[in-house]
Design a protein around this ligand. Structure first.
Ligand code: ATP
Length: 907
C-alpha cells in the first residue's frame, strides 16, 4: 500500500506545517500582548504619578519602586521632560497677562488708584473691555493682574462669605471709581439698590448722588428701578433696531457718537431667592441689558440669570475665586481704597460733573454747527433740550409719527414749539421739511415767522401760518383738507412708483419734491368746539391723517392745555393713539399715561419727552432753553432767511384778527377787462390765498343778495363786488345803477359811485322814487350795454315799489322781479342788499327764489337760509367780520367768508 502511505505522509506533513504556522501566530500574539501590557502598565504608572505629583511620587515607596523597575524605565524621564516644557511655557503666562491687561485695560481701568483717583474720565466712546479687581499668582514667576469685563460686555455676580460685606462694597466702589475715572464725565449712570439698606448703599459714593451719575433706591423701590431699567432697554432697543443694529454699541460705532449713557445697576441681595414677579423682570433684564449698554452687578442673588455673567466668590476678606481665573487659583483682591479717599474722589467727580453740565443751556446749544445738513427721508430728529448736560432729542418718524403736547397756560408750550421748530429748521433745509403752523389761541404766537412790518424776514420752511384763528374753525378744517389732499397725492405717487412710504418714494423719485410735512395745531381742541359739521369733518380728517400720515411723511403736532385737549379726544381714540410722541410740560395732566407722574414733578422750564405713548419707561426729562424771548428765534430765522429765501416763496399768513384789504388781494389785482365778469365778495377761509367770487354769466339767477343788518360788512361786500366788476370793463361799457335806501350809508355809497365815475364808468344814481320807473324801463327796453344794479337796503324801497300808478297793470315790484328773472340774460345783474330774509322773500314772490343764485348772509340765522340753499340744513352762527357765502352754481354747501376790510374814509 505504498500509495496509501504516501498520502498519509503528505497529510501529516501538511498538518505539521499548519501546526508550525499556528504556533508562530500564537507566539507573535503572545509577544504583542506582552508589549501592550507593559505599555499599559507604564501609562497607568504615569497616571498615578501625575495624580500624585512627580515630587510626591518620589516619596511614595510603591510608586518609587515601580519607577525603578527596568520595565518602567523612561516613564520618569518622559514625565520630567513634559513637566519642564509645561513650566517653561507657564512661566511666561503672568508676563503675557500683564502685557494684555496693560493694553486692554489701560489707564484707570488697571492702574493703581494713586494714578487716577478723583480725576474724571475722558474716554467718550470706547470703554476698556476689562477692569482690574486684584491679582493672582501661579508660581514664583510673579503675580498677574485679575480683570473682569463690564460695560457692554458682561454682568458681574458676586457671592459673599461671612464677614466679607465690607470687602465686597470696597470691591464694587473701586470698580465703579475706575469706570467713572475712565469714561467721559456724565457718560455712565450708576443705580444702587440694597434689599436691606434704607440710608445709603455704598455710602462713600454718596456725594455723587446729587448728580445724574449715581441714583439711590430705597429697598421698597426695587419695582421702580426694574421698571426704569426695562424702560431704558425698550427705548434703546427700539432705537437701535430701527437703525438696523442689534446693540447700542453697534449704533454708537456707526454714528461715532454716544446717544445713551452706559448704565451700571448694582443690586445687593441677602442670599434669598426673590419673589416671582421681580425675579421674572430681573431675568428679562439680564438677558437684554447688555445690548442696551446696561450691566448688572448682583451681590448674593442666588438665581442663575441669563446673559453673560462673570462670577466672583469671596473666600475671605481679601481673597476670592473668580470665573475668569478658574477654581484652582485664588485671587488676591486689591487693597480697598480708604473710605475717606473714595468719598473725596466722589465729591470731586460730582463737582466736575456739575461744572461740566453747567448752568442752563441756551437755544444756540440746540443748533448744529452747520445749518441744513440733514436729510428727512427716514425721519426727523432734533434735540429740544438738555438733561444733565446731554441733549434730549425728539424723533418724528415711523415709530412716533405724531405728537401731543400738553401743559397748563404759561408752562412753556409755545416756547417748546419754538425750540422744536428752530432745532428742526436749523437741521433740515426747506426742501426736506415744510411747516404748516396754526394757532387757535388769541395772540400772535407764530406771527413772527411770517414777514412783518418790523422784521421783513420769514421762516423759509413755513408754508402757512395761521394766527388768531380761534373763531375761524373753518380755517383749521381747510388745513386738514389740504393735508388730506396732499396725503392722497403722495399715496398715488407712491403707488405709481410701487413703493409704500416716503423713504421709498424719495428713492424712486429723486427729482420729486417730497419734503416731510409737519403741521402744528396749537389749542387744537377748538377744532372740536361745537356739535356741528366742523367737528365731525375735522374728526374724520384728523383720523385719516393720523392713521395714514406716517407712511407719507405727514406729521401732526397737536398742542393744548392738557385737560381740554384730552377731553377733546373723547370719541376719537384713533387720533389720540396715533400720537405716540407725548410732550408733557410741568404740571401737565393726562398727556402721559395715567400712572406716569413725571410731569407733576417736572421743574419749571422743563418738559417730559416721551416717545412711548406716555408710558413711564419712555420718560426723558429735558430742560428746554428759552427760545421765544426777544431776538432769540428771530436771529436764527434771519440766518435761515438769508440762506433760503431766494428759492422759496414767503409763507401765506392767515390772520383771523385782520381782514385783508381788497387792494391787497391777489385775485383783485389780477382782474383785467375781458372774459366773464366776476364779482369778488371777500376772502375765502382757505390754505391758498383765494377770494370768494360770483361769476355774472347770462344764465338765469346770476344775481347776488347780501342779507342782514350788519352795515359795515354789507357795505364791504357791495363795495368789493362793484369795484372788482369795474376793473373788468373798459371805460363806458358798463353802467352802474346805484340806489341807496339807507341814509347812514349814503356817504359811503356816494364815495363808491364817485370812484366808479372817476374811473370812467357810467353811473346812474337813483332815488327810491325813481327806482320803480327805472325798473320798468330796464324790464322792457332792449339792452344797450352791461348794467350792474347796486341796490343798498333795497327792502326799504318795497312799499314804494309795490304801489301801482293809476292805470298801470304792473307795479315797480313786478318790473323788479322781471329784471331779476330776465336781467342776467340781457347783461343786467342785480347786486342787492336786503336787511332780512323775509323782505327778500317778499321781493321775489312765491316762485322767485331761483332768481337769487348767490348770496352772502351776515347776521341771519342759518335756519332762515335753507330756503335759499335748495332746502339743505344750513349751520351758521353769525359773527362779526364774517359772512356765509353760497353760490348755487359752484357750492355744494355754503362757506364762511371774510369780507374785505373797508377802511372808513372821513367824508
Ligand atoms: N424754557 C424757558 N426759559 C425761559 N423762559 C421761558 C421758557 N419757556 C417759557 N418761557 C417764558 O414763559 C412765558 C410763558 O411761556 P409760553 O408762552 O411758552 O407758555 P404757554 O404754555 O404757551 O402758555 P399759553 O398757553 O398761555 O400761551 C413766556 O414769557 C416765555 O418767554
Amino acid at each position: 500500500m505504498p500509495k496509501a502511505n504516501e498520502q498519509k505522509r503528505r497529510v501529516v506533513s501538511a498538518l505539521g506545517a499548519v501546526r508550525e504556522k499556528l504556533g508562530m501566530v500564537l507566539g507573535a500574539a503572545q509577544a504583542g500582548r506582552q508589549i501592550a501590557e507593559a505599555e499599559l502598565a507604564r501609562l497607568q504608572l504615569e497616571q498615578q504619578v501625575v495624580r500624585a505629583g512627580i515630587d510626591a511620587a518620589a516619596g511614595d515607596e510603591n510608586l518609587a519602586a515601580a519607577l525603578r523597575h527596568p520595565v518602567m524605565a523612561g516613564v520618569r524621564d518622559k514625565l520630567d521632560a513634559q513637566r519642564n516644557a509645561f513650566y517653561a511655557d507657564a512661566a511666561t503666562v503672568p508676563a503675557r497677562l500683564r502685557d494684555l491687561v496693560a493694553q486692554a485695560a489701560s489707564g484707570p481701568a488697571s492702574l493703581p488708584p494713586s494714578a487716577w483717583l478723583g480725576r474724571p474720565g475722558l474716554e467718550p466712546l470706547t470703554p476698556p473691555p476689562l477692569w482690574r479687581i486684584g491679582s493672582s499668582t501661579m508660581d514664583n514667576s510673579g503675580p498677574f493682574p485679575v480683570v473682569v469685563p463690564l460695560l457692554d460686555d458682561s454682568h458681574l455676580a458676586i457671592t459673599t462669605a461671612p464677614r466679607t460685606r465690607q470687602a465686597v462694597e470696597s470691591l464694587i466702589e473701586g470698580l465703579l471709581l475706575r469706570v467713572l475715572s475712565s469714561m467721559e464725565l456724565g457718560s455712565v449712570r450708576v443705580h444702587l439698590w440694597d434689599v436691606a439698606q434704607l440710608t445709603a448703599v455704598l455710602p462713600n459714593l454718596y456725594p455723587l448722588s446729587r448728580t445724574s451719575a449715581v441714583t439711590l433706591y430705597d429697598p421698597d423701590q426695587l419695582g421702580v428701578l426694574l421698571d426704569e431699567v426695562t424702560g431704558h432697554i425698550r427705548r434703546i432697543h427700539a432705537q437701535t433696531m430701527q437703525a438696523g443694529h442689534t446693540s447700542l454699541r453697534g449704533l454708537r460705532d456707526q454714528l461715532g457718537q454716544r446717544i445713551e449713557p452706559w448704565r451700571v445697576v448694582v443690586l445687593f441681595g441677602n442670599g434669598e431667592t426673590w419673589a416671582a414677579e421681580p425675579l421674572r423682570e430681573l431675568k428679562r433684564i439680564a438677558g437684554a441689558a447688555l445690548a442696551a449698554g446696561i450691566s448688572l452687578i448682583t451681590v448674593d442673588i442666588p438665581t442663575v440669570l441669563a446673559g453673560s455673567f462673570e462670577n466672583i466668590r469671596m473666600l475671605g476678606e481679601h481673597r476670592a475665586a473668580t470665573s475668569m481665573t478658574g477654581p484652582n487659583l485664588v485671587v488676591d483682591l486689591d487693597q480697598p481704597i480708604p473710605s475717606a479717599e473714595v468719598s473725596a474722589a466722589a465729591s470731586r467727580l460730582a463737582d466736575a460733573l456739575v461744572e461740566k453740565q453747567g448752568g442752563p443751556r441756551s437755544f444756540r446749544d440746540l443748533l448744529p454747527a452747520e445749518l441744513g445738513q440733514e436729510n428727512s427721508a427716514r425721519e426727523l430728529r432734533a434735540p429740544v433740550g438738555f438733561f444733565e448736560g446731554d441733549p434730549v432729542e425728539v424723533v418724528i418718524g415711523d415709530a412716533s409719527p405724531h405728537a401731543l403736547i400738553g401743559g397748563p397756560s404759561g408752562s412753556g408750550k409755545t416756547n417748546f414749539l419754538y425750540a422744536l421748530l428752530g432745532s428742526l429748521a436749523a437741521r433740515y433745509p426747506p426742501d426736506e421739511l415744510a411747516l404748516y403752523l396754526l394757532d387757535f389761541k388769541e395772540g400772535v404766537s407764530f406771527a413772527g415767522l411770517a414777514p412783518g412790518r418790523r422784521d421783513a424776514s420769514w421762516l423759509p420752511h413755513a408754508r402757512l401760518i395761521g394766527v388768531n384763528v380761534n373763531t375761524d374753525r373753518e380755517f383749521g378744517l381747510a388745513l386738514l383738507r389740504f393735508l388730506a389732499d396732499e396725503l392722497r397725492r403722495r399715496s398715488a405717487a407712491a403707488k405709481e412708483h410701487e413703493v409704500t412710504d416716503l423713504a421709498g418714494l424719495r428713492a424712486q423719485d429723486p427729482g420729486g419734491h417730497w419734503p416731510r410735512i409737519v403741521a402744528v395745531i396749537d389749542e387744537f381742541q377748538y377744532l372740536f368746539a361745537g356739535r356741528d359739521g366742523v367737528t365731525n369733518t375735522a374728526t374724520a380728517l384728523l383720523e385719516d391723517i393720523a392713521r395714514r400720515g406716517r407712511a407719507q411723511g405727514i406729521h401732526l403736532i397737536l398742542a393744548s392745555q392738557d385737560i381740554a385737549g384730552i377731553d377733546a379726544f373723547w370719541g376719537k381714540p384713533a387720533v389720540f393713539e396715533q400720537c405716540t410722541l407725548r410732550i408733557a410740560m410741568p404740571k401737565a395732566r393726562r398727556v402721559l399715561a395715567e400712572t406716569n407722574m413725571a410731569a407733576v414733578a417736572a421743574p419749571k422750564w422743563h418738559a417730559v419727552v416721551n416717545h412711548d405713548s406716555g408710558v413711564a419707561h419712555g420718560n426723558q426729562l429735558a430742560h428746554v432753553p428759552d427760545a421765544s424771548s426777544k431776538d432769540i428765534f428771530s436771529s436764527l430765522q434771519r440766518e435761515l432767511w438769508e440762506r433760503y429765501a431766494q428759492e422759496h416763496q414767503r409763507p401765506r399768513l392767515f390772520d383771523g384778527a385782520h381782514s385783508p384789504l381788497l387792494e391787497h388781494s391777489g385775485a383783485f389785482t389780477a382782474l383785467t377787462p375781458g372774459g366773464t365778469p366776476r364779482a369778488l365778495l371777500g376772502q375765502s377761509i382757505d390754505v391758498a390765498d383765494t377770494a370768494c367770487e360770483v361769476e355774472l354769466t347770462g344764465a338765469p339767477g346770476r344775481n347776488l343778495a347780501v342779507l342782514g343788518t350788519a352795515i359795515a360788512e354789507a357795505l364791504s361786500i357791495m363795495d368789493a363786488a362793484a369795484r372788482s366788476l369795474a376793473r373788468q370793463y373798459p371805460r363806458h361799457e358798463v353802467e352802474f345803477l346805484v340806489a341807496c335806501l339807507v341814509d347812514r350809508c349814503a356817504p359811503a355809497v356816494g364815495e363808491l359811485a364817485d370812484g366808479l365815475e372817476a374811473d370812467g364808468h357810467r353811473v346812474v344814481r337813483l332815488s327810491d322814487v325813481e327806482l320803480g320807473e327805472h325798473m320798468a324801463k330796464l324790464a322792457e327796453e332792449p339792452p344797450e350795454h352791461a348794467r350792474i344794479l347796486l341796490l343798498y337796503g333795497v327792502d326799504g324801497a318795497l312799499p314804494l315799489l309795490e304801489q301801482k300808478s293809476p292805470g298801470q297793470l304792473k307795479s315797480g315790484l313786478d318790473h323788479f322781479r322781471l329784471v331779476l328773472k330776465q336781467g342776467p340774460g340781457k347783461g343786467i345783474h342785480t347786486i342787492g342788499w336786503w336787511r332780512s330774509t323775509a323782505r327778500l322773500k317778499d321781493t321775489l314772490g312765491f316762485a322767485g327764489t331761483d332768481d337769487i343764485g348767490a348770496w352772502a348772509a351776515l347776521d341771519v340765522q342759518g335756519s332762515e337760509l335753507s330756503q335759499f340753499a335748495a332746502g339743505q340744513v344750513v349751520h351758521w352762527s353769525p359773527r362779526p367780520g364774517r359772512a356765509l357765502f353760497f353760490d348755487r352754481s359752484t357750492h355744494v354747501s355754503p362757506e364762511v367768508m371774510i369780507p374785505f376790510d373797508r377802511p372808513e374814509h372821513p367824508s
